[in-house]
Design a binder for this molecule. Structure first.
Ligand code: NAD
Length: 485
């Protein structure tokens, strides 16, 4: 398929709602559009998914057969990796080289979870209460079964379209669920190709159902739908709370991967060159539009000036640009809405007396580009930009004196997605790791990921885990079976 044919196919998708334009964030030009699927399409998708689940056409297959089909998905993704990378690059404005690095990792989700298809088992239990509650039974036996939840809704954001889709599709398929997939309205392009790959690989009809539409229409209808058993959501904490409320009707299960305001601690004994470079990239990569971006940096006082200067130098040397701009390293923000939001936080900070060391303005060119921004002199007690997730290339840097102060500052947030410490004192690194209130702690590294390592948020950064064994178990429920022998 050519890129143009994907753009044309999106335009032709049936729908009954509003027409939604797809904007190239690097040029602000409209590249295509589609029609919001409308409520009837949500009902129809849930009905198809339910029928597929009840028929057992997918979860009834032996695990090894599901695994083969999942390997085929990964192989087809590899064959079409360039097309997927180009679509994500066009749709998000991310450098093509970055998209080309990400897509193979996404295919690996299917290979990794294909392995789990044959390895998730229940357990047999040694029953201690031999008489049972009534005392009437002897020789009891109990075991558990791991069963797919049923029909699950997968809802995810725009910041890594192929990655976000595969992170949910692969474990949900491995678990044997049927699913309705709702990508972000800003980035529907690569999901269209993935949907075809999944069908071509042999996943039976009705198991995976793609819906395109706004969050407040298609997403909300899916979340409230009585025919959906579980929602797996990645997105903002604010929408996560709406999803919890909307799910209450049928008490559907909910998994949430939400926002963050992740702290990075840099000690005076750290490898400072490395810490400065990684802490800078840890916030400015993809213009700060990553859930684990380290948006609050704390530096031990003795090296504070040096680190502020170092991060500022990196910020000033990063070349921003879209896929067509030679040598671009940093993508634009996704939308005009996001640009207004990010600039709103910066302007409010300026009014409050925050010091703008560098950045603080958008670039004088088309596209939603904000210069990487370093802020100091921030009041942790009152500053909104310090407390709230901005999801932009904006970092605050504050000094600290000792471990207790560093941990107190790091943990003083309603979020708990990720945290980092840079120090060559390994005892301290592990002591600090225990004290940081975050689902992922990285020591002397940032932006790390593996399919096998569980990922999830503490506090208001989420419920449940993705990746690893926890990732497939998130799509399965446990049944206990008792028998009198
Ligand atoms: P968002 O919450 O606005 O939207 C995410 C998805 O939810 C989109 O598909 C959207 O259409 C849908 N949605 C919106 N309103 C809805 C509703 N009422 N009901 C159902 N669905 C609805 O998030 P965003 O602005 O697109 O993405 C950025 C956010 O995502 C940031 O907060 C970021 O931290 C978070 N994020 C978290 C992770 C993680 O793994 N923890 C990963 C990536 C992004």
């Amino acid at each position: 398929m050519t890129l143009q044919s994907v753009l044309d196919d999106l335009r032709k998708l049936p729908g009954t709602g509003e027409v939604i334009p797809i904007i190239d964030p690097a040029t602000e030009e409209t590249i295509t559009e589609f029609t919001d699927c409308g409520p009837e399409a949500v009902d129809a998708a849930v009905a198809r998914a339910r029928a597929a689940f009840e028929s057992g056409v997918w979860h009834g297959l032996p695990g090894r057969e599901r695994a083969k089909i999942m390997w085929r998905i990964a192989d087809l993704m590899d064959e079409r990796a360039e097309e997927l990378a180009q679509l994500d690059s066009l749709n998000t404005g991310m450098p093509l080289a970055q998209a080309r690095m990400i897509v193979p990792t996404c295919a690996e989700f299917f290979r990794y979870y294909a392995g789990w298809c044959t390895k998730v088992n229940g357990t047999a239990h040694d029953v201690q209460m031999t008489g049972g509650i009534s005392g009437a039974y002897a020789n009891m036996h109990a075991y558990t079964l791991k069963e797919p939840y049923g029909v699950v809704g997968l809802i995810f954001p725009w910041n890594g379209p192929v990655f976000n889709a595969c992170a949910k599709l692969a474990p949900a398929l491995a678990a044997g669920c049927s699913m309705i997939v709702k990508p972000a309205e800003e980035t529907p392009l690569s999901a269209l190709v993935l949907d075809r790959i999944i069908a071509e690989a042999g996943v039976p009809e009705g198991v995976v159902n793609l819906l395109n539409g706004y969050g407040h229409t298609a997403g909300a209808a899916l979340t409230a739908h009585p025919g959906v058993d579980k929602i797996a959501f990645t997105g903002s904490t604010e929408v996560g709370k709406e999803i919890v409320r909307a799910s209450a009707g049928n008490l559907k299960k909910v998994m949430l991967e939400l926002g963050g305001k992740s702290p990075v601690l840099i000690y005076d004994d750290a490898d400072l060159d490395m810490a400065i470079m990684m802490a800078a990239m840890g916030i400015f990569v993809h213009s700060g539009q990553g859930c684990v971006c380290g948006s609050r940096i704390f530096v031990q006082r003795g090296v504070y000036e040096r680190v502020v200067e170092g991060i500022t130098t990196v910020a000033n040397n990063l070349k921003l640009g879209g896929p067509k701009d030679e040598g671009a390293m940093i993508s634009p923000l996704i939308s005009a809405k996001q640009l207004t939001r990010v600039m709103g936080y910066i302007d409010e900070g300026k009014r409050d007396g925050v010091e703008v060391v560098t950045g603080g303005h958008r670039l004088d060119r088309p596209g939603y580009f904000v210069h990487p921004t370093v802020l100091t002199n921030v009041d942790p007690a009152t500053s909104r930009l310090y407390k709230e997730e901005i999801f932009g290339p904006v970092v605050t840097i504050l000094p600290f004196d000792d471990d207790d102060e560093a941990v107190a500052l790091a943990n003083d947030t309603t979020y708990g997605l990720a945290a980092t410490a840079w120090t060559t004192n390994l005892s301290r690194a592990h002591r600090i790791a225990k004290r940081l209130q975050a689902g992922t702690v990285t020591l002397n590294c940032q932006l790390v990921f593996d399919h096998a390592v569980p990922f999830g948020g503490y506090k208001q950064s989420g419920w449940g885990h993705e990746f690893g064994r926890e990732g497939i178990e998130a799509y399965m429920q446990t049944k206990s079976v008792w028998a009198q022998l």
